[in-house]
Design a protein around this ligand. Structure first.
Ligand code: MG
Ligand code: MG
Length: 264
């Protein structure tokens, strides 16, 4: 899940994780990655988002995990499934059926032995338009361009700048209201990790330190970056209903660099 940026007046303390804790987060992350690997194989026209959710929950529990989204502030499912103009927090439903040409963002969160993993990916459904394909490519690239900035001594602002520049020089836009976040014993911990440059934000100047664990998650739109929440209280859409994409990994900062925890 994405965090709603609250722009705290004061910086709150960031918890640095021990190697033992990072190992447990790696296990949580591996379960998240297994879910993505399996769910992506089932994405095709005619499949409902409720079916994808049931599959995800089965895999999470089979591996000894707990779906962290289920019951989070009342969220009713194990994954978020957000189609086309839906950016994040879409609720899986039996009557929400994928069609050729859609793009679907699947966000997965797992707790394993008390530690969280969180990763989102946007997938094509069959053949998609050139602009949709480009949106997916640029958003995925932005995540990795951002991760390359995450190392001890840099500031969170370096990540934010790299992501925003990558996206905007390619003609797309970065969502402002939702942000990446610290992660560990809680799904959402300090700091907030913005995907755009906001030097006044108290977390922007924060130095990146070994032991930080972060969920980094660029959210990118074809049209306006402004969003609104639908009447279900969850689903976030672009205000102009243009396409949006969301890629997220949980990473740990080690002595030299960032390592991705949410992969196989
Ligand atoms: Mg997240
Ligand atoms: Mg997420």
């Amino acid at each position: 899940m994405a965090r709603i940026g609250v722009r705290p007046k004061e910086r709150r303390a960031v918890t640095l994780k021990s190697p033992r804790e990072i190992k447990l987060m790696r296990e949580a992350g591996r379960i998240v990655a297994r879910v993505h690997a399996e769910v992506r194989e089932h994405i095709r026209p005619g499949v409902s988002t409720a079916e994808l959710d049931a599959l995800a929950e089965k895999i999470i529990r089979q591996h000894g995990g707990i779906p962290s989204f289920k019951g989070y502030h009342g969220f009713p499912a194990s994954i978020c499934a957000s189609i086309n103009e839906e950016l994040v927090h879409g609720i899986p439903r039996p009557d929400r059926v994928l069609a050729e040409g859609d793009i679907i963002s699947i966000d997965v969160g797992v707790i394993y032995k008390g530690y969280h993993g969180d990763s989102a990916w946007t997938y094509p459904v069959g053949a998609i338009s050139p602009i949709a394909r480009q949106l997916l490519e640029v958003t995925r690239e932005a995540l990795f361009v951002g991760i390359a900035q995450v190392r001890p001594g840099r500031r969170l602002l370096d990540y934010s700048r790299a992501v925003q520049e990558h996206v905007e020089t390619r003609g797309f836009h970065v969502v402002r209201l939702y942000t990446g976040h610290g992660i560990g014993r809680e799904m959402h911990e300090p700091p907030e990790v913005l995907n755009y440059v906001h030097p006044a934000h108290p977390d922007s100047r924060r130095r990146i330190l070994p032991g930080m664990t972060l969920a980094l998650e660029p959210m990118v739109t074809v049209g306006t970056w402004e969003t609104e929440t639908l009447a279900d209280g969850w689903t976030v859409v672009t205000r102009d209903r243009s396409l949006s994409a969301h890629f997220e990994h949980t990473i740990a900062v080690l002595d030299g660099e960032a390592v991705i925890l949410t992969e196989l």
